[in-house]
Design a protein. Structure first.
Length: 103
């Protein structure tokens, strides 16, 4: 059993801004096209490829609210990724924290 590591949006934003983490968006392409977090790499959960996520970097995963991201984090942890985090609240939590998105 894996334990999903959570991170709040502001901490995730700090990591990303500092270049200490990459951001993976596991929502579907239409959701990503409508609104996204700048520099988030789209890897939809429906077509998730573990090999597309680097193992040598801290990874933050997000979706709309957190459920799909937690599932993706579990997949990554099982495959050997050590520094992977579910962003609490997804893009909705990001916006609630006052952080910018791209429409």
């Amino acid at each position: 059993m894996t334990i999903v590591q959570n991170v709040d949006p502001k901490t995730a934003a700090d990591w990303i801004e500092a270049g200490d983490a990459i951001l993976i968006d596991v929502r579907e392409a239409g959701e990503h096209a409508a609104e996204r977090i700048a520099n988030a790499e789209l890897i939809p959960l429906s077509a998730f490829r573990i090999d597309a996520v680097p193992q040598d970097k801290r990874v933050v995963v997000h979706c709309a609210g957190g459920k799909r991201a937690a599932q993706a984090v579990g997949f990554l942890q099982i495959s050997g990724h050590k520094d992977v985090h579910n962003m609490v609240g997804g893009i909705m939590g990001w916006k609630k924290a006052g952080l910018a998105t791209v429409a």
